[in-house]
Design a protein around this ligand. Structure first.
Ligand code: LMR
Length: 392
């Protein structure tokens, strides 16, 4: 039989944790696995601005007819302005295509790169988000890594990273986390972005920024610093973005891929290929999430409300970083946690310690000891810290 060849695969290293957590009957269980924002009550609520937009959309929507492979053009323009800055001088050289989430953006971009240059290699940070490799690699892109996180210092392997990037040849691409590095939380400094821009110009590689957490680090504009610096200085670049986290639209699959060309004609030509690739994979992206984002970003009061909600999520995560470092103080120095940004940090535990935490204490995190800080709250923090202390 056709499908007899298949042996069962292990669960996804990140998404698989949710099912295991749901099935756990321990009343003290703690979920620091999948990267979704949670409030103090452990819920992932629909944002208030999104709820209002949904009501308005319900009243205003007149058709569910097709939109085309580029998706919602107003959404594309608004998201492009959010990422690159509304007054960016590069706007005319940029084209943005709505995609099914940030994953769709990464996959469509990978297909585009392979179409442009079948021999291109993309360099990704070591470590990088676990799904980067399947998303990019299954399009046929060759992948190499550059040194990034140093488990000893809990910071960047800056010298090794720069030395490796200095060897990336013309025609290759370098994938950079725009902010809130997933999984390690250690971000590039302003000076690092400048050095990378200089190398891209000198050596001829193309930067590809994954901006999945805009607003969760230091602010909406602050988190776009690297993207905007590169856009101002390099001839070509790609930016994958996601509304999963900052609009909490996770299951609505709302994201975009932006391409910046050396000139407007080249950007427009490339955009036609992006549309053709989308048509060949999923035809067109789902409409609902992008309609909500369009409504929020184009209404000043709603936009203001959304910005306050993003600020609230960002500040809560930042406060939890401090609280966790304080709670773990009896067991070691975790002061690196408040220095990092976004939802994730590595605790620096071994795979065996992570297993013990899950099996003996019902504390769930990714095998690399990546924790989603947003899963912490006042009620579970003492138990969490005590459990971590016991496996250390
Ligand atoms: C994560 O890293 O946990 C999130 O981006 C969710 C996912 O799809 O892996």
């Amino acid at each position: 039989m056709l499908f007899d060849v298949f042996q069962p695969l292990p669960a996804d290293p990140i998404l698989g944790l949710s099912l295991a957590y749901q099935q756990d009957t321990n009343p003290h269980k703690v979920d620091l696995g999948v990267g979704v924002y949670k409030d103090e009550a452990g819920r992932t609520p629909v944002l208030e601005s999104v709820s209002i937009a949904q009501l308005r959309l319900h009243e205003a929507e007149e058709t569910k007819s097709y939109q085309g492979p580029a998706g919602n053009v107003q959404f594309n323009a608004l998201l492009q302005a959010l990422i690159f800055g509304a007054d960016s001088p590069q706007q005319a050289r940029i084209r943005t295509l709505q995609t099914p989430g940030g994953c769709g953006a990464l996959r469509v971009a990978a297909e585009l790169i392979v179409k442009a240059s079948p021999d291109a290699t993309i360099w990704v940070s070591d470590p990088t988000w676990a799904n980067h490799i399947p998303l990019l690699g299954s399009a046929g892109l060759q992948i190499r890594t550059y040194p990034y996180y140093d488990p000893d210092t809990k910071g960047l392997k800056r010298d090794e990273m720069m030395a490796t990037l200095a060897q990336v040849p013309a025609g290759d691409l370098v994938l950079l986390h725009g902010c809130c590095h997933n999984p390690c939380g250690a971000d590039l400094s302003h000076d690092d972005w400048q050095q990378i821009a200089d190398m891209a110009n000198r050596q001829g590689f193309t930067p590809f920024v994954d901006l999945a957490y805009q607003g969760f680090g230091d602010g909406l504009d602050e988190d776009a610093y690297g993207v905007r610096l590169l856009a101002a200085q390099v001839p070509e670049m790609l930016v994958a973005s996601s509304c999963s986290k900052n609009f909490a639209l996770y299951r609505e699959r709302t994201g975009a891929i932006a391409v910046m060309g050396a000139n407007e004609t080249q950007a427009q030509n490339t955009f036609t290929h992006l549309q053709s690739i989308a048509r060949g994979i999923y035809s067109m992206p789902p409409a609902h999430g992008a309609s909500l984002v369009e409504m929020i970003l184009s209404d000043s009061a709603l936009r203001q409300q959304w910005q306050l909600e993003v600020q609230g999520m960002r500040e809560r995560i930042h406060s939890l970083r401090h609280q966790l470092a304080d709670a773990l103080r009896p067991y070691g120095d975790f002061d690196f946690i408040p220095q990092q940004r976004g939802m994730f940090s590595f605790l620096g535990l071994s795979e065996a310690q992570v297993q013990r935490l899950q099996q003996e204490f019902s504390v769930y995190m990714v095998g690399s000891s990546r924790v989603n800080l947003a899963g912490i709250n006042a009620a579970n923090l003492p138990y969490l810290a005590e459990s971590i202390g016991k496996v250390l």
